[in-house]
Design a protein around this ligand. Structure first.
Ligand SMILES: [Ca+2]
Length: 378
């Protein structure tokens, strides 16, 4: 049993197991020591920030540990990942980049370039524990146009030696944008995923099961083309404000009745031109989708109460909460932890949004109207 007291080097999730040594066989058929990860849960939110698209990725990995005293775990993240957080049962764990000359390669090769390996230690290693990893990164843009790639390193199982009859990954990617096209693949195989489009966002749901007695060994790649709304296409510098030059360009498109590039063939009509002029005159960041209204309200509340435990980087679950039978009005309910944000709006071009923000544990409650030009009325 002395072997069990040695620090065991595990590379679970996403790494490899070194220092495996002789395995004291205790129970059959489960090799001991071993780590078991039958499921993993991946949530990602893709959104526009300026002219770039970003992803916030959150992975939750529940483990059972049979016989390991401690562990060193590895995990690949994009090279330009920011705000990397690793949590063990909710508490922050220190992590570091794997450097050359270490136990494993510092890089993990993917279809969109090398990812960097990070590592952390857990000692003592509980019998059951949950690892949560979170990071944010800009998405690579492919060729010209509005095509982007999102890759999740699902295939780290190719390095692993852990035991589970099979591993199932539950993946949910929320794209806060309109899509012109989307293709998902695991390795080189296209995969069927469920796509739900609602209120200007698309939710991709995918359940990926490994082969029996094998981990997942290939990465998930989503390639998509973005469709711009007219204000987004006119806003050439992506600051969500309409400058003098951008307004002038909009007027040209309106006079010539030409299609606005990137919008899938839309033209500027009189109403849209008036709205663009309003955004231009008022100068605020325009709000043209329910999720932008939600974020504008969060931004406003954080300015008012900086200590508030609300985050612009939360991953929200969105559901349609429009009462049955109500026509011409929609309500989207966003939830994240104890927070709930409801955004209601009439189904007309460039509506004002009625936003209510509440927290079920603190009793916090706020209501206001977010106007399309970004102004807030309480
Ligand atoms: Ca602009």
């Amino acid at each position: 049993m002395r072997a069990l007291k040695r620090a065991a080097y595990l590379a679970l999730l996403l790494g490899l197991l070194a220092g495996w040594g002789e395995l004291p066989a205790i129970g059959n058929p489960i090799p001991v020591p071993t780590l078991i990860m039958p499921e993993e849960f991946i949530d990602a939110r893709i959104f526009a920030e300026g002219r770039e698209l970003w992803a916030i990725v959150e992975g939750v990995y529940p483990f059972s540990n049979i016989g390991f005293a401690s562990a060193r775990m590895y995990y690949p993240v994009p090279q330009d990942a920011e705000g990397i957080e690793v949590r063990l049962d909710g508490s922050a764990l220190p992590w570091d980049y794997v450097t050359c000359g270490c136990e494993i390669s510092p890089y993990y090769s993917t279809a969109v370039g090398d990812y960097r390996m990070i590592a952390w230690e857990i000692a003592p290693l509980p019998e059951r524990f949950k690892i949560k990893v979170r990071y944010k990164h800009p998405l690579p843009r492919l060729q010209a146009g509005e095509r982007y790639a999102f890759l999740y390193a699902l295939g780290t199982g190719r390095f692993l030696r852990y035991y589970a009859k099979e591993t199932t990954a539950y993946i949910k990617v929320r794209l806060e944008l309109e899509l012109a096209a989307l293709e998902a693949s695991v390795g080189t195989r296209p995969v069927d995923c469920q796509l739900d489009q609602e209120a200007g966002e698309t939710v991709l749901t995918l359940v990926q099961k490994s082969e029996p007695f094998r981990p997942l060994t290939e990465d998930l790649l989503i390639v998509f083309a973005r469709l711009l709304s007219i204000p987004e296409a006119i806003d050439a510098d992506g600051d969500r404000r309409i400058s003098d030059g951008e307004m002038l360009q909009a007027v040209r498109y309106w006079i010539d009745e030409t299609e606005v590039p990137g919008t899938g063939g839309q033209r500027i009509n009189d109403l849209t031109l008036r709205k663009l002029a309003e955004f231009w005159v008022l100068g605020g960041r325009f709000v043209i989708t329910p999720y932008q209204a939600r974020d504008r309200a969060i931004e406003y509340l954080l300015e008012k109460e900086p200590g508030l435990d609300l985050s612009l980087e939360a991953i929200w679950d969105a559901t349609r909460a429009t009462p049955a039978g109500l026509l011409g009005y929609e309500t989207i309910r966003y939830t994240s932890g104890d927070w709930q944000i409801e955004v209601g709006y009439p189904v007309v071009p460039y509506p004002d949004y009625a936003v209510s923000v509440s927290n079920s544990s603190t009793g916090f409650a706020w209501r206001g109207t977010v106007r399309a030009a970004g102004l807030i009325i309480e």
